[in-house]
Design a protein around this ligand. Structure first.
Ligand code: ATP
Ligand code: MG
Length: 144
C-alpha cells in the first residue's frame, strides 16, 4: 500500500501521547512524501525507535521527526549512547552502560533491525553520549 507519510506519522504518534505528556516532551514533526511499505511492519520498527527516544529523553525535551533527502530522521536530545556501546546496540539483549537506570530488555533495536532488513530498508543510528541520538531511515531503499 502507498502511505502518505505525514498523516501516517501523525496518526501513529498519537499512541505515544500519554508517555509524551508524562515527560513533558514536544514532538516536532515535518515529514512529506509517500512511501510504499507494509504499514504494520514499518510501525513495529518505528515504535521501537520512538519509544527509545521517549524513554532516553530528559523531561521537557524535544523529539524531532523529519524527512530530508529521502531519509526519515528521528532525533532526540536524550542521554545518548557511549561510543564503545554503539556498534552493539542492535544485538539482542544488549543495553548500553548508561541505560541501566531505564527499564528495558535490549530487544527493541534488534527487532527493528530484523524487520527493516526484511524489507531491504537501509538505516543507521548516530549518537553522542549526553547529546542525543539520531536514527536515519533511507526511504529510497524500500523495496516491496
Ligand atoms: P527494549 O527491549 O524495551 O526496547 P531497550 O530500549 O534497552 O529495551 P533497545 O531498544 O534494543 O533496548 O536499545 C538497545 C540499547 O541502545 C538501549 O538499552 C540503550 O542503551 C541504547 N539506545 C537505543 N536507543 C537510544 C536512544 N534513543 N537514546 C539513548 N540510548 C538508546
Ligand atoms: Mg527500546
Amino acid at each position: 500500500a502507498e502511505i502518505e507519510l505525514d498523516l501516517f506519522i501523525k496518526t501513529f504518534l498519537s499512541e505515544f501521547e500519554q508517555r509524551r505528556k508524562e515527560k513533558n516532551l514536544r514532538f516536532e514533526i515535518s515529514v512529506a512524501g509517500n512511501i510504499k511499505v507494509d504499514p504494520e511492519a514499518f510501525k513495529i520498527a518505528l515504535r521501537n525507535f520512538i519509544s527509545n527516544s521517549i524513554k532516553y529523553s530528559k523531561n521537557d525535551g524535544v523529539i524531532i521527526i523529519r524527512t530530508e533527502n529521502n531519509f526519515l530522521i528521528i532525533e532526540d536530545r536524550g542521554v545518548g549512547i557511549p561510543e564503545k556501546d554503539l556498534k552493539y546496540v542492535t544485538s539482542r539483549f544488549y543495553r548500553a552502560s548508561n541505560a541501566r537506570n531505564y527499564s528495558g530488555s535490549g530487544l527493541g533495536l534488534a527487532i527493528a533491525k530484523h524487520l527493516l532488513r526484511k524489507f531491504g530498508i537501509d538505516w543507521a543510528i548516530h549518537s553522542k553520549v549526553n547529546l542525543g541520538t539520531t536514527v536515519f531511515i533511507d526511504l529510497g531503499s524500500i523495496k516491496i
